[in-house]
Design a binder for this molecule. Structure first.
Ligand SMILES: *Cc1c(COP(=O)(O)O)cnc(C)c1O
Length: 435
């Protein structure tokens, strides 16, 4: 591309009236009341670490624990056998843009990464290189390193820009006929940079390899169309934007056309063609069930259904529009409130080029995040010196974003004043970390 991009014009700082106007016009405003209330005064902007608790989840858990487990005893068991498949079908439709029979929930994201990376290597005999990028979540890298080692192959790391994400040309340059699989996050866990799924798939397919997508920061936040993009393999955690709760089982997706030709290494009874026949030999199910292993965590899987109901009702397009507006609103506030205090946008400046979170660098990030929490603003610290801000599109109001940015400014000003006082009172001493 040869077009030069101009930086977006700086808008005047949004006012409280503007925030109120936007809340009044928000078609998703009613969803805030569908969540368990946060403590008084709390502003939750940490939706990419753990999604909020839907109010319906607690009642659903009560029904499953007391009603099904307690009162109906083991009779309820049979309805749980199909839970991984049933939930996977619903998630395929609501968040993945995939077909029924292409997704299941099972295990955690790390284990699903392992299963699908091995499956990919088996599907590309003769190729033993696994490609990762250096800014991905550590677990992805650890798992891929182990898989490459077991295959007697190479782990090839491509550099990604810590703010703007992976450049497609850099990825292309790392591909050759030894590469079996490329593992990437669609939305960078740190910077929030959003990759072009179709373009990456096309580049990797042209080199004869498969792509294994980690959609942990994308599902439930960014509308996806895995089928239309020709996506091969994907995993995702469900306790972030999917609102499924701590320890909820992860998503696993395999394109239908690939399923019968791929096998996974953790062969368990849930993956057997006739699960309840108790056959002597392992014979994998012809479809997506072959990627399952054992019993799902039923309570967590059931809880995932309540979060999914909310996402389905709101619709991913409307969610995304609100999310883009919320992060853009924070960005506009930060320009005048936080950037003058040393905050630096450490992600793509265009809200359409990132997922549902935005990241700022600040030399005091590690100290500031707990101080923000004391002031009731819940955001996340990411290494080495970043603050990650993730409004929850379904429950965060524009007035809350307005208030959060102002509180963050006050806390930062106080902290910086403390340091100045401290330094002036201790001339000659060099304690603590310098800005
Ligand atoms: C949150 C997250 C995970 C979580 O992995 P688990 O094995 O489910 O704990 C994995 N990858 C990415 C990119 C994540 O953001």
């Amino acid at each position: 591309m040869t077009t030069t991009r101009r930086p977006a014009p700086t808008l005047p700082a949004p006012t409280l009236e503007e925030a109120r106007r936007r809340d009044a016009a928000d078609p998703l405003a009613g969803f805030a009341g569908r969540f368990h209330p946060v403590p008084p005064g709390a502003l939750f902007l940490n939706g990419s670490s753990l999604g909020r608790l839907p109010a319906a989840t607690a009642a659903l858990m009560e029904e499953v624990v007391r009603g099904q487990w307690g009162d109906r005893l083991a009779q309820a068991r049979t309805q749980w056998l199909d839970l991984p498949r049933h939930l996977g079908d619903r998630m395929a439709g609501v968040v993945l843009g995939a077909e029924p029979g292409e997704a299941v929930v099972s295990d955690c994201t790390s284990v699903n990464l392992y299963k699908l990376a091995v499956a990919a290597l088996r599907a590309r005999p003769g190729r033993r290189t696994v490609v990762v990028e250096d800014d991905n979540f550590p677990t992805d890298r650890y798992v891929m390193a182990g898989v490459a080692q077991d295959a007697g192959g190479e782990l090839r790391t491509v550099p990604a820009d810590p703010d703007l994400g992976l450049d497609l040309e850099v990825l292309r340059a790392a591909l050759d006929e030894s590469v079996a699989v490329v593992c990437l996050s669609l939305v960078s866990p740190r910077s929030g940079a959003l990759l072009d799924m179709a373009a990456v798939n096309e580049a990797v397919h042209a080199a004869g390899a498969l792509v294994l997508w980690d959609l942990s920061h994308a599902v439930g936040a960014v509308p996806l169309s895995l089928t239309a993009c020709g996506t091969d393999l994907a995993v995702a955690s469900t306790y972030k934007h999917m609102l499924a709760g701590p320890g909820s089982p992860a998503l696993l997706y395999v394109r239908r056309g690939l399923q019968a030709r791929t096998t996974q290494p953790v062969q368990g009874w849930y993956g057997h063609r006739e699960q309840l026949a108790m056959r002597r030999e392992y014979d994998p199910d012809p479809g997506i069930r072959r990627f399952l292993t054992g019993s799902p965590p039923v309570l967590s899987a059931v809880a995932a259904g309540a979060g999914l109901d909310l996402l389905a009702e709101a619709g991913l397009e409307r969610l995304r529009a609100k999310s883009v507006a919320l992060t853009g609103f924070f960005q506009a506030l930060a320009e005048t409130l936080l950037v003058p205090l040393g905050f630096r946008l450490a992600g793509p400046p265009d809200p359409a080029a990132r997922g549902a979170h935005l990241t700022y660098g600040h030399p005091l990030a590690r100290e500031l995040v707990p101080l923000f929490a004391e002031a009731g603003v819940f955001v996340d610290h990411s290494l080495p010196d970043r603050v990650r801000i993730a409004p929850v599109a379904l429950s965060t109001r524009f007035t809350e974003v307005y208030e959060a940015a102002h509180r963050m400014r006050r806390v930062t000003q106080d902290r910086m004043a403390d340091r100045t006082d401290h330094r002036e009172g201790n001339r000659g001493e060099s304690g603590g970390s310098a800005v």
